[in-house]
Design a protein around this ligand. Structure first.
Ligand SMILES: *Cc1c(COP(=O)(O)O)cnc(C)c1O
Length: 365
């Protein structure tokens, strides 16, 4: 049961048990089920990829979308305390690789006796005062999917200190199979639908499509929930051995960008500086009237994105849900994510910084 991959991950994240899964969405869904949660309310940060609310929904629970703070891009603890009485579990996400306020969130969950799941899908290698992410919670979930810190295009893992949770999770996973080619296609078609919807409507306009989006997302169940393909294990192990180097090079690229863009801060750009110990998934800045700039950069062939619009916009009608998401909306409307992975060579970094600098200089006159 406990092979090399499991041992490696337990070592990196200071947890005692590990079980690889087909992807992190499956991991989150199984984790909630293994905790015995059904028909419950699960708090998540609202500035997050749609897979997180999707996992909550697929587990038979309801997401509670909490606003975030620009300090660390995670759940705002004041929001959690405010809504706390209404939630039965929390998924704390180290979103964008930024270490969230995990200590206070963990203390709060403990005080109420509710479970905490830590999502480090894009934060592997991050730490808080030297303690690795994934070690602060009852259950932690990591991803090795496309675009993650360790990216082999498949897989994830659940880590836990509780053997009971591990056993429950394994028992529930038995009903799932390895993802078929047809299922992979269905998941990628859904991803395209999500991107197209976003590209056509950007922020609040997305909300008009929430009913259709949610229906289609729920129909993805049999395609997205899957077990780990053991054949991919060695590749992940090999990459994990190099994690420190990967983290280091991402930090160096982010530092370079920060240096090049510092002077833009006086002309309307806000650089989001994550807390010490974070791993930059992408380098994030906030810019007013972002969409025209984003479109022009995409036309020029730059790798650039603007994740994430507030997640609730995709799943719930605001007029009904009444979700308060002032900060996550603020981020969603202004954020630009610059690449800092191995694709971001010197040329890209210099060129994208030039583009932003020129645009802001023009925009400010
Ligand atoms: C990508 C992502 C997931 C889902 O990971 P998959 O392995 O693709 O299912 C979950 N949470 C966060 C924060 C992510 O970025």
């Amino acid at each position: 049961m406990s092979g090399k991959l499991e041992k490696l991950l337990c070592g990196i994240h200071q947890q005692s048990h590990c079980h690889p899964v087909g992807n992190a969405t499956t991991g989150l869904c199984l984790a909630l089920a293994a905790l015995g949660l059904r028909g419950k309310r699960v708090a998540i940060p609202n500035s997050v990829c749609p897979n997180v609310p999707l996992a909550v929904l697929l587990s038979g629970n309801a997401p509670v979308y909490l606003d975030v703070t620009t300090r660390d891009l995670g759940i705002d603890i004041a929001e959690l305390i405010g809504k706390g009485g209404q939630v039965d579990a929390v998924i704390a996400v180290h979103a964008y690789g930024s270490v969230c306020n995990i200590r206070e969130i963990a203390a709060y969950c403990k005080s109420r006796g509710i479970p905490l799941i830590e999502d480090l899908a894009v934060a592997q290698g991050a730490s808080l005062d030297g303690q690795p992410v994934g070690s602060f919670s009852d259950i932690a979930v990591v991803s090795f999917g496309a675009g993650k810190i360790i990216d082999v295009g498949h897989g994830g893992a659940v880590l836990t200190s509780r053997l009971f949770v591990l056993n429950e999770l394994v028992a529930r996973e038995a009903a799932l199979g390895v993802q078929t080619a047809a299922s992979k296609e269905a998941v990628s078609a859904f991803g395209q639908y999500h991107t197209d919807l976003y590209n056509r409507h950007y922020g609040p306009g997305i909300n008009a499509f929430s009913t259709a989006f949610k229906t289609r997302a729920l129909a993805l169940r049999q395609h997205i929930l899957c077990s780990f393909d053991r054949a991919r294990g060695p590749e992940i192990e090999e990459q994990l051995e190099k994690l420190d180097g990967v983290v280091q090079s991402r930090r160096e690229r982010a530092e370079t960008l920060e240096g090049l863009l510092a002077r833009c801060e006086s002309v309307g750009m806000e650089i989001l500086r994550p807390p010490a110990g974070s791993v930059p998934w992408r380098f994030n800045v906030l810019i007013e009237r972002r969409d025209a700039l984003l479109k022009s950069l995409l036309v020029k062939g730059f790798r650039i994105s603007s994740w994430f619009p507030s997640a609730d916009l995709f799943f719930e009608d605001r007029a009904v849900s009444g979700v308060n998401a002032a900060v996550s909306d603020h981020i969603g409307d202004r954020v630009l994510n610059l690449w800092v992975n191995e694709d971001a060579d010197r040329e890209y970094i210099a060129a994208v910084a030039d583009e932003l600098t020129d645009h802001l200089a023009l925009d400010s006159v």
